[in-house]
Design a protein around this ligand. Structure first.
Ligand code: TPP
Ligand code: MG
Length: 360
């Protein structure tokens, strides 16, 4: 008997329905199943790790161990995980300040990320950036930017440089929906369309910009439609599902890679915590948050789907939880024990001619 599996988004990353012969299951099918298991366990692990890392950070923040602003990504993990699954290592990623999940997926270790939040010299940005300025340029992860919309021209510039140098690379530029009313958003989309640049603009629409609901600040609430003003496609999809995110981003990346130009994607998502660590959340009800948490949690729903389709088991999940816990504990220890940057290193990374810098 041959059964057609409902499983979508497997193996090679494209949505598909594949057939498995129950009696004569070929080696190929067995290998494919194992490949799917590893792939999806990887997604699951990444989401669990990002969440645990942030829970640890929140704890440390309230203990006064982390300074500056910190914006948690809890609830939105499927977006960064899906984006990272769609990127080639040579592709570029630029994002806003809600960047912990992107940094982790683009190759920064949990220990280095936490050390950065702690302001330590072993951190991703040598303790100079903090939560909002994680970057790993050798992996083509350009950060982590605090000015709403400020990174869009940078990302667009990278795309221009790729096209100018005729490279086989693409830029994904991530932002919140609050960025899409900023002048730089429109300037960037215009020039990207005009010059047919290899860039994907991805809006994480979590329904709020700080305490302001989308309908209060945007003339149109279906944000992806803003691309139509510049003559290129936009698309909206479920940002709480890692496969959906990956497949949409992959399609847009391939389009850009083949010379098709920019796309504006809109991942519908929700942050379960406040805008930043200081947020009483008076602009939304506890019931709304609870409703999203209990029915749409990207980690929980993904786990349920994996169990339903028998892609991995409850034992696999327990192993992931244990591994991640060990990783998180070691990362906190590393952050705590690492030294702060030295006074002598104060001027490192300062891009100004020497005589413009007044040293004490
Ligand atoms: C140019 C500018 N204006 C205002 C701010 C203050 N600010 C920080 S985050 C934020 C809200 C942005 O919301 P959104 O783009 O939806 O991203 P989210 O925080 O929801 O991920 C604002 C107004 C800023 N950082 N930069
Ligand atoms: Mg938002």
């Amino acid at each position: 008997m041959t059964t057609t599996s409902e499983i979508k988004g497997s193996a090679n990353g494209t949505s598909k329905v594949f057939e498995v012969n129950d009696h004569e299951q070929t080696n190929y099918a067995v290998q494919e199943k194992e490949y799917d298991r590893q792939l999806n366990l990887g997604y699951y692990r990444q989401m669990v790790a990002v969440r645990r890392m942030e829970e640890k950070s929140a704890e440390a923040y309230t203990q006064g161990k982390i300074g500056g602003f910190m914006h948690l990504y809890i609830g939105q993990e499927a977006v960064a995980t899906g984006v990272n699954a769609a990127l080639r290592p040579t592709d570029h990623l630029v994002t806003h300040y809600r960047d912990h999940g992107y940094a982790y997926g683009k190759g920064c270790s949990m220990a280095e990320i936490l050390a950065e939040l702690w302001g330590k010299s072993t951190g991703v940005s040598a303790g100079r950036g903090g939560s909002m300025h994680l970057a790993r340029t050798k992996n083509h992860f350009w950060g982590g930017y605090a000015i709403v919309g400020g990174h869009l021209p940078l990302a667009t510039g990278i795309a221009h440089s790729i096209k100018y140098r005729d490279l086989d690379e693409v830029v994904v530029c991530v932002m919140g929906e609050g960025s899409t009313n900023i002048g730089m958003f429109h300037e960037s989309l215009n020039i990207a369309a005009l010059w047919n640049l290899p860039i994907v603009y991805l809006v994480e629409n979590n329904l709020f910009g700080m305490g302001t609901a989308v309908a209060t600040h945007s003339s149109i609430t279906e944000i992806n439609q803003k691309s139509r003003a510049y003559g290129f496609p936009g698309d909206r999809f479920d940002g709480m599902d890692v496969w959906t995110v990956r497949d949409h981003v992959k399609t847009a990346i391939e389009r850009a890679r083949e010379g098709g130009g920019p796309t504006l994607l809109e991942a519908m998502t929700y942050r379960f915590r406040g805008h930043s660590m200081a947020d009483a959340q008076l602009y939304r009800s506890k019931q709304d948050i609870e409703e999203w948490r209990s029915t749409r949690d990207p980690i929980e729903t993904f786990a349920q789907k994996m169990l339903k389709y028998n892609i991995f088991t409850a034992a696999d999940m327990e192993q992931v939880t244990a591994d991640v816990e060990a990783e998180a504990e070691a990362a906190v220890k590393f952050a705590e024990e690492s030294p702060f940057p030295t006074q002598e290193s104060l001027y490192e990374g300062v891009f100004a001619p020497d005589d413009y810098v007044r040293k004490a």
